[in-house]
Ligand binder design. Sequence first.
Ligand code: LRH
Ligand code: MN
Length: 395
Amino acid sequence: MDESDVIDRVRDLKIETPSWGYGDSGTRFKTFPWPGAARDVWEKIDDASVVNRLTGAAPSVALHIPWDRVDDYRQLRRYAQDRGLRIGAINPNLFQEDCYRLGSLCNPDPAVREKAIQHVIDCIEICKKTGSKVLSLWLADGTNYFGQDSLMRRRRLLEEGLEKIYTHLPGDVRLLLEYKFYEPAFYHTDVPDWGTSYILCRKLGSKAKVLVDTGHHALATNVEQIVSTLLQEGALGGFHFNSRNYGDDDLVVGTADPFQLFRIFFQITEAEMSGDAVASNCAREIAYMIDQSHVIEDKIEAMILSVVNCQEALAKALMVDRDALERFQRKGDVLGAHEVVRKAFLTDVRPILEDMREEAGLPLDPIQAYRESGYAGRIAKERGRSKSRGSGYPE
Ligand code: LRH
Ligand code: MN
């Protein structure tokens, strides 16, 4: 693909950033306060707008409810719009209330299940006020010991709960069902893998799609093959991009394994160019979202690096000489084929992306631009001396 086509395609890549990635977050061992870290949803949107201003590629921010609960979601929508952003996926939090000890939609107690379903329905109402087109659902539900609960009964309860939720979904809002193979449950998780999410989504209907969080697989899982399969099934709804070395580490995407990110974007671009209507249409509808927590690093710089890593991975994937690859593959020339993709991965695409940014009047190096902006120092001072604004509309 020539440079201008690569630029056209990468320019269209829009990555949604998570509100919760801008605030202080830690591990069970420690949350290290970062000077100037966003303290409420308003400051999170302020910081997300900096990422978008410097990259031109992050025009929406995902919310988590109740972490980002406000009195007036239309005001929040306007606040974001005034800063060049739109509100993206709404994530119902079904894992932090005391009543969810034994689960939410799969909880043995019908009152708890009802409460969970009502919270998701409330989040659908928030979608309507914020103009969000994605309801992003992750369930921490599971058990810690064999025999603790019936897997069959929990499965039935899960299907019933999702069906009730699905009936409340407006026509233009998609339900993305995220899976995770363990944590916080340590024996079984009710939605542990892509297959379970896929089956549940298929049963619900065309507005339900699978969400692939790149950190939610057992080690040595071929994530790009899952992506390819879900695309061919028209069932891939979106990503939660991050990277990991061991568990759900939620590190900056493309840092621990840039080759995996390249392989994932290769599968997406293969689907886009495949002529397979189901796969190519599905690829065009992918919700690209970041889901990270920045425990020891500057949260805004981490988000900018994440967006840049995704842009570079896509550009490298587009550099693959598809005709040569096809020829080697059909001839069974194993290493010939591998060399074609290896060459693309080793291509330095930064000059192309700098040209793209220049054309768009964006800083050639958004990370350097952020560092030179002094924004980090400014918010550290301002937020160091001012009170958080909480859920009320800022004066
Ligand atoms: C669960 C998860 C989910 C979010 C949470 C912040 O591990 O990936 O997407 O709700 O992180
Ligand atoms: Mn996630």
